[in-house]
Design a protein around this ligand. Structure first.
Ligand SMILES: Nc1ncnc2c1ncn2[C@@H]1O[C@H](COP(=O)(O)OP(=O)(O)OC[C@H]2O[C@@H]([n+]3cccc(C(=O)O)c3)[C@H](O)[C@@H]2O)[C@@H](O)[C@H]1O
Ligand SMILES: Nc1ncnc2c1ncn2[C@@H]1O[C@H](COP(=O)(O)OP(=O)(O)OP(=O)(O)O)[C@@H](O)[C@H]1O
Ligand SMILES: NC(=O)CC[C@H](N)C(=O)O
Length: 696
């Protein structure tokens, strides 16, 4: 079967994204016709790029810093004429255009944001908070929103709603609800948009004219970042630039698009040419996030006016965007959601991750009064990471590394290579190291349960595998009991998601598991980071590099030639993809076909986008949609279908990343009896038949 996604799969708008643009046009002071022309030209460019919402700066039709010219009738008449011309000029464009204009209403002048769409004035929002301190004198010319004398305005030959109570809702774009505020409005303790978001707005557009002073750009970033994070919205911000009055001030034309605390785009500051940035904001994720963060609705309920239907007027319109099959996706999608691609952020994350893991284990040892730990060391990634954490925990406790009782436990399928790596690591770290051959106890168990492999038959089934994993765990717990120690777990988050562990008497169980919420893709980087840092010396670093170079395998089935008998990723899929799926499904509750859409954008081109530093070249590969869908089906089948009972009984361990944890006492509570049908059906309906998945 081949993949034939129905229409809509590739279209970012159909996948819950809305393309937004912010422009910093060239301003011609006190020349509304010229400003309307400059804005119209940018609007045409934006519309051709399938932009749904285009924001321009405060008082963009007149210029912001024109002082007492704002009280000249000729200028104000020209602004109204320019607005009418702009509406007519952009009537054929399928975008919502937001422009700033000084407008008169019943004897008062207001600093307004005007929403235009296909020639219609959808509504006019006046500024609520007028700055009147230091370099600002707005109260000299304007009345605030609260002083408005009417709730409608006639402008550009049309009558439209007027007020700070407007939310613009596109009926044909699910979730797109736009609120407007004007510059200073976001600098106050409770911005108008905070209430509007609680009333349902998902996109906030701020028309600004914010002069540049040293350090102010960072402050604006902070305002937009926090507004978008706290209000769970997209925050569009435009500051006037080139052409504004330099009498006493400078202007940098800073424009930004933030989405849920993350900056998607920004303009270069002090550019001479007109600027426009574009990004696809994730409306579907914003809605999901509000639904999950129940404190958002609780706060709305407690905030006077926020959810009062009488407080808000909703201006409904049909955006009617031009439909094409694929408009691309104008935002970066991280290939590794758990592993930042910036070396600075990755560095900080690794240091913090070790601190969280180590402190968890230290605290557990202190609280339990247990002095020593037992750990099975295979030469693989997970046990290596757990061993490093144990070594650091002992250091913090002021105890010798010899209190770590490390065992390498070869059985039927243990390779000479991993055993040698395990020994090299244990020796280099100076832990108490022992080797115990598991073969006799495994053969005994196989014999006791009547398994033909006891007599040499090549029946390498699950029972055969689990006998080995069980023998090791049984040994480790009994050794811990004998030595007065605690068994440190090694299983990682990815394995827990996929059910890739042996239940109960197996690697599933431990006394405390510092790896419980670390995905495999991050464990690789943590080990790489420690190898580079060489905090334990060159010999340990060399052993760590060997661990990183080893194929991921449970080593439970003997191999026939070179390499292990099982390659884990042949069964469960590439961890790179499965960690991507895990993050989006658990962190955002995202529907599978959308996860596939994002994975396709993240992974289809190995040359595009950033890779986490240090990732070997041979791991910098692309996946096509067929592969993505195939392994996503495996993920859904395993995660929702066959593994929850294992997660229902997980040992204790610290949550590490906001990306999620799977503790049944914390982030992920689910019934063990449910199945994956609904997720597989959604994927199939929106993606088409995805080829047959390999057996689980
Ligand atoms: N819903 C449910 N509720 C309660 N119990 C349920 C159940 N579904 C199955 N079971 C029981 O659980 C049994 C299966 O679970 P389990 O005994 O764990 O065995 P199972 O999941 O079938 O096998 C363990 C898998 O993990 C892999 N593994 C093991 C060890 C280490 C690693 C590694 O690389 O880290 C990988 C191994 O290769 C194998 O594929 C079934 O036989 C059934 O008795
Ligand atoms: N030969 C072995 N000696 C000692 N312990 C082992 C051995 N094989 C497995 N174990 C224990 O069982 C756990 C699970 O085995 P598994 O092979 O999945 O893990 P790993 O090798 O540490 O990491 P990865 O799964 O990333 O390869 C190990 O982390 C380790 O604690
Ligand atoms: N236009 C305005 O409201 C400017 C005031 C705002 N505090 C700023 O400097 O950005």
């Amino acid at each position: 079967m081949t993949l034939a996604p129905p229409p809509g799969f590739f279209n970012a708008h159909d996948q819950g994204f809305v393309r937004c643009a912010v422009a910093a046009p060239k301003v011609t002071l006190a020349d509304p016709a010229a400003n309307a022309e400059a804005i119209a030209a940018l609007a045409e460019t934006a519309a051709a790029d399938h932009v749904a919402v285009l924001l321009t700066p405060e008082l963009g039709l007149s210029g912001y810093a024109i002082d007492d010219l704002l009280h000249q009738d000729a200028l104000l008449n020209a602004v109204e004429a320019a607005l009418a011309a702009l509406a007519a000029r952009t009537a054929a464009l399928g975008l919502m255009l937001l422009v700033g204009a000084p407008l008169r209403l019943q004897g008062r002048l207001h600093n307004c944001a005007v929403a235009l769409h296909r020639g219609r004035v959808l509504g006019v929002v006046p500024k609520s908070y007028l700055p009147n301190y230091r370099e600002f004198y707005e109260a000299r010319w304007f009345a605030p929103a609260a002083a408005a004398a009417a709730t409608e305005i006639t402008v550009a030959g049309q009558t439209a709603p007027f007020g700070a109570d407007l939310i613009f809702e596109a009926e044909d774009v699910p979730g797109l609800a736009v609120a407007l505020e004007i510059c200073e409005d976001v600098w106050v303790p409770v911005p108008p948009s905070a209430l509007a978001c609680m009333a349902g707005a998902t996109v906030v557009a701020n028309l600004s004219a914010s002069n540049a002073t040293v350090g102010k750009s960072e402050f604006r970033h902070a305002l937009c970042e926090v507004s978008s994070a706290r209000q769970i919205c997209a925050y569009l911000y435009s500051a006037a630039g080139e052409g504004e009055s330099t009498t006493d001030l400078a202007w940098d034309g800073q424009a930004m698009i933030y989405d849920l605390g993350e900056m998607l785009a920004e303009t270069p500051r002090f550019a001479r040419a007109p600027q426009m940035i574009t990004a696809d904001v994730d409306i579907e994720r914003l809605q999901a996030e509000r639904l999950r963060a129940t404190s958002f609705a609780a706060c709305a309920r407690e905030t006077p006016g926020a959810t009062d239907p009488a407080r808000w007027r909703r201006v409904r319109f049909s955006l009617d965007p031009v439909r094409v099959r694929d408009v691309g996706l104008r935002r970066a999608v991280a290939r590794f959601p758990f592993v930042p691609a910036s070396s600075e952020r990755l560095d900080a994350l690794c240091a913090e991750a070790y601190a969280i893991q180590t402190d968890g284990l230290r605290q557990r040892l202190e609280a339990s009064g247990v002095k020593r730990v037992v750990i099975g060391v295979s030469g693989g990634l997970d046990s290596t990471q757990a061993l490093l954490v144990a070594a650091q925990a002992m250091e913090r406790l002021g105890r010798p590394r010899s209190d770590i009782l490390a065992y390498t436990l070869p059985a039927f399928a243990t390779s000479a290579k991993t055993k040698a790596t395990a020994w090299a690591l244990m020796r280099a770290l100076g832990v108490t190291a022992r080797e115990v051959d598991m073969t006799p106890s495994c053969v005994q168990m196989l014999r006791d349960i009547g398994h033909p492999a006891a007599d040499g038959a090549a029946q390498y089934d699950l029972a055969y595998e689990n006998v080995q994993a069980g023998a090791r765990t049984s040994f480790l717990f009994r050794a811990a009991g004998h030595e007065g120690a605690l068994v440190v777990g090694t299983g990682d988050l990815s394995e827990a998601a996929l059910g890739w562990c042996t239940y109960g008497v197996g690697d599933h169980m431990s006394h405390y598991n510092p790896n419980a919420s670390i995905p495999k893709t991050l464990i690789q980087h943590l080990i790489r980071w420690e190898a580079a840092r060489a905090g334990f010396g060159a010999e340990v670093s060399a052993a760590l590099r060997d661990v990183l170079a080893t194929e991921i395998s449970p080593e439970l089935v003997p191999g026939e030639g070179e390499g292990p008998g099982q390659r884990t990723e042949d069964f469960v899929g590439p961890y790179a993809l499965q960690d991507f799926n895990l993050y989006h499904v658990t962190r955002y509750g995202m529907r599978p076909s959308r996860v596939a859409f994002l994975a396709w954008h993240a992974w289809r081109d190995a040359q595009a986008g950033a890779w986490p530093p240090g990732l070997p070249e041979d791991q910098r590969r692309a996946y096509d949609l067929e592969e993505i869908a195939r392994w996503l089906r495996v993920f859904l089948s395993r995660f929702f279908g066959t593994s929850q009972y294992k997660r229902s009984a997980m040992p204790n361990g610290p949550k590490l990343s906001s990306g999620g944890a799977l503790s049944p006492r914390g982030d992920w509570r689910a019934p063990s009896d449910a199945g994956p049908a609904v997720w597989l059906a959604e994927l199939e309906a929106r993606l088409g038949a995805a080829g047959s998945a390999p057996p689980l």
